[in-house]
Design a protein around this ligand. Structure first.
Ligand code: ZN
Ligand code: ZN
Length: 140
């Protein structure tokens, strides 16, 4: 156990590897279910609409986007500039990095570890599987 600063509320807490404290973890889980349930009934609602209808804060919605639990924008990856890559500032629709920067980080990790076996290319099915349980939050 090590003391860290919570990514969400900025309070120090005893971390077991997570980036956020257990209070925020529970709160974000509840927020996620509220947003997900709302999106089941109202497909492609905007962030403002979801915020007002569910009472979930914009900060929570943004954090869930960064955690890749929500996606914003259309299938082509348009994001209306709500989220940007933390490295190159290109608009993205989920997570913290764009696909290009993510690949760079991944290959840098692989090189530093010296892995011989490169992972297989992700298939469409694998990507869809990994997105299971992710609600799609569409910005208008
Ligand atoms: Zn916290
Ligand atoms: Zn990038």
């Amino acid at each position: 156990m090590q003391v860290r600063q919570c990514d969400f509320c900025r309070m120090p807490y005893q971390s077991s590897g997570k980036r956020i404290c257990s209070d925020c973890f529970l709160k974000l889980d509840l927020d996620f279910f509220k947003v997900r349930d709302y999106l089941y009934e109202h497909d492609r609602a905007g962030i403002e609409e979801v915020h007002e209808a569910t009472g979930v804060s914009r900060k929570s919605i943004l954090y869930l986007l960064k955690e890749e639990r929500l996606i914003v924008g259309d299938e082509k990856g348009g994001s209306c500039g709500f989220l940007t890559c933390e490295s190159c500032k290109r608009p993205i629709n989920t997570g913290r990095l764009c696909a290009g920067c993510k690949n760079q980080v991944l290959s840098a990790i692989q090189e530093s570890v010296g892995t011989v076996n490169r992972p297989k290319k992700l298939t469409k099915e694998m990507i869809e599987e990994s997105l299971d349980g992710v609600a799609k939050l569409q910005l208008r």
